[in-house]
Design a protein around this ligand. Structure first.
Ligand SMILES: NC(=O)c1ccc[n+]([C@@H]2O[C@H](COP(=O)([O-])OP(=O)(O)OC[C@H]3O[C@@H](n4cnc5c(N)ncnc54)[C@H](O)[C@@H]3O)[C@@H](O)[C@H]2O)c1
Length: 352
């Protein structure tokens, strides 16, 4: 009898988390639960956070991405650092052939985002190196259901849309992480840090958009932050069938509570309403509700609970023939709208 053919060794991807602050818990949690992914290191420029993360996860801690990459053996870096570091750190990792999953926004300036999109195109073409951006709300079950309904063509043409992000941020939230309050650290305020997810969803669901009008301003947090806490936009989208529709968008960090994000799309056949869950009211009177899945106790549900889904999908894309679907270029679309709002609101300056 011939010997049993040897089973191929399962592939294990070695991951590192760069930046061990607030959002890193989502990444550590996902890495822990994924088969074939092993945490191999943590990086933080802050010695206390580095030591705490290294001790908690039982892996070596490094003071810089450069040190981690020099030690070798890393397949994926998760960038959970301030906005102004995303593009330079991603470029550094890509140059070493290491896959990058970065938190949003893809970069804090448009020039950095465009240069990164170019570098990531080249890295994928030459070495198959992947770059992904955490727009995890695209993985929320009601959002996916909404996109499927629109794609099915059964609802007729899109007629219009609106969205709101009405959250609450205190001066202490910014004082605890001063980079969030500055143009230099964050590249913007409410739009760059919070509302960017919903601008991404609006474009993904309705179609690519240009800004028709918009304004950003600092209301409740004036004096505490340099960046904006409120913005309103009128957008014009090109829909999948080549039509043009408008959407209205309002976002603020000056609301008394963290209210659920709202997103409404009106089509010829239905009114679709996202409030966490999706409610579809058909023209013939039927009503369907698609519940939000996977919101875990203690998680900030208004962030969306889909980090794990996106991270799993990113790992599944390693070695694939196509670049990860939410790459640098895809993620730059929302950034472009944000920079257009700043351009219409502020004299040329440090918002660029
Ligand atoms: N996807 C989401 O829903 C979501 C939610 C919250 C935050 N975020 C994003 O996550 C990122 C981090 O946000 P946060 O609130 O966790 O910030 P944070 O300030 O709590 O954590 C950032 C960490 O990065 C470290 N750091 C700074 N520069 C570094 C460098 N060059 N190399 C290594 N470490 C460095 C800091 O010391 C800090 O520990 C931001 O891009 C933010 O927008 C995304």
């Amino acid at each position: 009898m011939s010997p049993k053919p040897a089973q191929p060794e399962p592939v294990v991807r070695r991951a590192a988390v760069v930046g061990c602050g607030d959002i890193s818990a989502q990444h550590f949690g996902a890495i822990e639960t994924l088969d074939g992914v092993e945490l191999a290191g943590v990086v933080d420029t802050d010695a206390d956070r580095r030591a705490a993360a290294s001790a908690e996860h039982g892996v070596p801690g490094y003071a810089s991405l450069g040190e981690l990459l020099a030690a070798g053996g890393i397949d994926v870096v998760h960038l959970c650092t301030p906005h102004n570091t995303h593009a330079p750190l991603a470029q550094e990792a890509l140059a070493r052939g290491v896959n990058v999953l970065t938190e949003k926004p893809v970069a804090h300036t448009l020039a950095d985002a465009e240069a990164l999109a170019e570098a990531s195109r080249a890295a994928f073409a030459e070495h198959g190196t992947q770059l992904g951006v955490c727009f995890q709300n695209r993985y929320n079950a009601p959002v996916l259901a909404l996109r499927e309904l629109l794609d099915s063509g059964s609802l007729g043409r899109i007629l219009g849309a609106n969205a709101t992000v009405m959250w609450h941020r205190t001066p202490e939230y910014y004082a605890a992480r001063p980079w969030r309050a500055t143009w230099a650290g964050s590249g913007g305020g409410l739009l760059m840090n919070q509302a960017i997810h919903t601008l991404d969803l609006l474009q993904w669901l309705v179609g690519p958009a240009v800004m028709v009008g918009g304004a950003a301003s600092t209301r409740a947090l004036a004096g505490a932050i340099e960046v904006e806490d409120t913005a309103d936009l009128l957008l014009e989208h090109t829909t999948a069938d080549g039509g043009r529709v408008r959407s209205v968008f309002y976002a603020t960090n000056a609301n008394g509570i963290n209210a659920p994000v709202t997103l409404d799309i009106v089509t010829e056949g239905a009114a679709l309403s996202l409030r966490g869950e999706l409610t579809v009211r058909y023209a013939d009177g039927r009503v369907d509700v698609i519940a939000e899945a996977g919101v875990l106790a203690g998680e900030r549900s208004y962030w969306g609970a889909s980090h794990r889904l996106l991270i799993a999908d990113f790992y599944a894309s390693l070695g694939a023939e196509r670049p990860f679907w939410i790459g640098a270029e895809e993620a730059t679309a929302a950034l472009r709208l944000i920079k257009d709002v700043y351009a219409s609101s502020y004299a040329p300056g440090n918002w660029v």
